[in-house]
Design a protein around this ligand. Structure first.
Ligand SMILES: [Zn+2]
Length: 81
């Protein structure tokens, strides 16, 4: 069973279809049950969509860290930038 942090670690590969199917399935299963991770993945998707205008670029350490932090918080607070 994947944990939230595992999903965060694998999110970009999951979205680019680079994960082995068993891991992929684990992520999907987790997303079905975990609203926090679902939100995080949607954020990543939105960001990837924005990045698609430019040449493909892997996420930076800082971005990944941001996602991990987002996973650690619940969404009780305001997350406006
Ligand atoms: Zn989760």
């Amino acid at each position: 069973m994947l944990k939230c942090k595992d999903v965060g670690t694998n999110a970009t590969e999951f979205l680019s279809g680079a994960l082995p199917w068993r891991v992929n399935l684990g992520v999907v299963w987790h997303l079905l049950r975990c609203g926090n991770c679902r939100l995080a993945v949607i954020q990543i998707l939105t960001m990837l969509r924005a990045l698609r205008k430019r040449p493909a670029k892997p996420p930076t350490e800082a971005q990944i860290k941001m996602w991990m932090e987002a996973l650690d918080h619940d969404h009780s607070g305001h997350t406006h930038h």
